[in-house]
Design a protein around this ligand. Structure first.
Ligand SMILES: [Zn+2]
Length: 82
């Protein structure tokens, strides 16, 4: 087990720990601001793409429903005519 000293409280802690068990400070460096920003913009792009795909799928479904309704109404109208 590799150990190091907590840079906050100075106690001996395992390098496997993400947080110091004594004082709770993070022992691993997190993503820097630029990395976090690029992750967030990638996430927003993915959300926009999936939203667009969902809207397209719903519009297709709506077209199908409209066609069915028109077909049903057309059948009824022609049934009344005869
Ligand atoms: Zn500590």
């Amino acid at each position: 087990m590799t150990v190091s000293f907590c840079r906050s409280c100075g106690r001996l802690v395992s390098r496997n720990f993400a947080y110091c068990p004594y004082c709770g400070v993070g022992l691993r460096p997190g993503p820097d601001a630029a990395e976090a920003c690029s992750s967030f913009s990638r996430l927003e792009e993915m959300q926009a793409n999936s939203r667009e795909a969902l809207i397209m799928a719903l519009l297709d479904e709506l077209d199908g429903i409209e066609a069915d309704v028109e077909k049903l109404l057309g059948d009824r109208v022609s049934a009344c005519d005869s």
